[in-house]
Design a protein around this ligand. Structure first.
Ligand SMILES: [Zn+2]
Length: 457
């Protein structure tokens, strides 16, 4: 879609990727008694991981494995304390289960991934498992069991292999290393909430996922609730922790199409052919679930990591590399400004005060003017519908319109145009573009980008 307007303001922007730690009043965890050193957690974990890997069958779908590994690491980089060698794997089982071995091996079942309604809920259970690793709950349980044996009344330094053989400890879904106490569950909830918050997920999605699991058939979830005893106060506890960290994280991450693509892969309905352009040229990969920061002069936002930002005078484009077809945008988002008066930037009437423009306009009138302007360079553009839902960008009323147009990739494209009228009288507009057949896979990403926008002025 061509988005040239004569009267747009140039905004030059610098890309800053700063991650400032938010360390408000969060729960601080005290180190609990543990027979083992951190290195021994890793050592015991290795033995258990080898056993788990040889007794459980992994999912072979490469896309699903890549996805869970990426999502897991996006969360584990925010795990406090020792940096364990985290790995994330999907077990090919229809049961709904997730467990963490000491030292950082985290497993989720295929049934669990398929049962997750949204990515933030899936992230919730993974963050909870990461917390069990950080808090060393597995080796704590083993320590307790070992010291409870009369013959080990005053254990000093122990060897992992000796303890494992004394306790006859091996990998098993019901192993003592995977059966947590109510107190450990409480701690994993709180630290899981912190990890979610730091990864820009809503911490409340974690207890929501536990509720989702609870609604499933008991035979599918026995192991899950054996490991992670249900706690009645989970929702309230996580909400309190989120509140004390300052409520919702900035640039909240919503659902991602990646999870749903993975789910259909796992269900054996490969979506691969649908994503390929019918003319034989390759469509870009779907937008990544990992969002990164863009800091511009006038606004900040978050966009998929596998997209690129380019600035061309008055227009900022965020798109996958293959999103440009013969110099025009076929997949991605463009952001520009429009002066609703149609006057040039320097042609303001002298009768208005600073920061104010003559003939104050409304959002819908300004958006109509913009559509007229866009039609001049896009004669086949049509308005499909105006979204009546009230929508906001950075707290301000915004308007969303769905359009169709000729796609530079051939055939028709769908466009989501979201506009917001800023106090200085300029209309900012965001246009998400994808060929019609692919639009539903891109729309959640467009919504996510728009929801992350924060204006600087
Ligand atoms: Zn747990």
């Amino acid at each position: 879609m061509s988005l040239r307007t004569k009267s747009a303001v140039t905004f030059l922007a610098a890309i800053l990727m700063l991650v400032l730690p938010v360390l408000a009043d969060r729960t601080v965890f005290r180190t609990a008694w543990n027979l083992f050193t951190v290195q021994q957690d890793i050592e015991m974990g290795r033995t258990l991981t080898d056993e788990a890997d040889s007794s459980l069958s992994p999912v072979s779908d490469e896309m699903a494995n890549t996805y869970i590994d990426a999502l897991g690491h996006q969360l584990s980089v925010h795990a406090p304390g020792y940096k364990y060698p985290y790995q994330f794997k999907i077990v090919n089982e229809q049961t709904i289960n997730a467990f963490a071995l000491p030292g950082g091996s985290i497993y989720v079942t295929r049934g669990l991934v398929e049962a997750a309604p949204t990515e933030p809920q899936l992230a919730g259970v993974i963050a909870h498992e990461i917390a069990h690793v950080v808090l060393r709950h597995g080796t704590q349980q083993v320590s307790r069991a070992y010291s409870a044996q009369a013959s080990n009344s005053t254990p000093g330094r122990v060897s992992v292999s000796a303890v494992m053989s004394d306790l006859d400890l091996y990998f098993d879904p019901n192993s003592i290393a995977l059966k947590y106490s109510a107190e450990q569950e409480r701690q994993a909830d709180l630290m899981g909430a912190q990890i979610l918050y730091d990864s820009q997920f809503d911490p409340g999605q974690m207890p929501l996922f536990f509720q989702t699991v609870q609604q499933k058939s008991g035979s599918l979830t026995t192991d899950f609730f054996n490991s992670h005893p249900t706690s009645a106060n989970r929702v309230a506890r996580v909400r309190r922790e989120a509140d004390s960290m300052g409520g919702m994280p900035r640039n909240l991450r919503g659902d991602s199409p990646d999870l749903h693509t993975v789910q259909s892969h796992l269900r054996g309905e490969s979506t691969e052919p649908v994503n390929r352009d019918r003319t034989g040229t390759n469509a870009p990969d779907l937008p990544s679930t990992r969002m990164v920061a863009y800091s511009g002069r006038d606004f900040d936002l978050r966009y998929p990591e596998n997209w690129r930002v380019s600035e061309d005078g008055d227009v900022v484009s965020i798109a996958p590399t293959e999103g440009m077809v013969s110099g025009d945008l076929a997949y991605g988002m463009r952001i520009a400004t429009f002066d609703p008066q149609g006057s040039t930037l320097y042609g303001q009437t002298p009768l208005v005060g600073p920061g104010e423009r003559s003939g104050r306009t409304t959002l819908s009138r300004a958006t109509d003017q913009l559509l007229d302007e866009l039609r001049r360079s896009n004669p086949n553009m049509r308005v499909v519908r105006t979204d009546d839902r009230s929508r906001r960008i950075d707290g301000q009323s915004a308007m969303a319109i769905e359009l169709t147009n000729d796609s530079p990739a051939g055939g028709r494209e769908s466009d989501l145009l979201v506009s917001v009228l800023r106090p200085d009288g300029l209309l900012y507009y965001f246009v998400g573009v994808a060929p019609e057949r692919d639009f539903s896979r891109y729309k959640p990403t467009f919504d996510q980008i728009v929801a992350s926008v924060r204006f600087n002025n």
